[in-house]
Design a protein. Sequence first.
Length: 95
Amino acid sequence: MLAVLANAIEDFQKYVLATDRRGQELFQEAEEWILETDSPSFFSFESICAHLQLDPDYVRRGFIRWKEARRSGASTQFQRRQPPRRMKNMDLPNV
């Protein structure tokens, strides 16, 4: 189940700005799967979220916000922050 969810997330994020037909189709399939609320399938987004104890509506809102930000060019808001740099040759007092 986790692999199905991970694949949809990957396609959603990778192809959100796709300009080629295949990329657009992969994005659309992932988005439709995520937004579908009444599928009886064991592998539906709702079912997988329930199994993983995730709130599907909360996750959907995050996907929608992320998509809107990417498409408006505000992607830096959602990028991972770099870990702080380690200080080299840091002088520590002798204790």
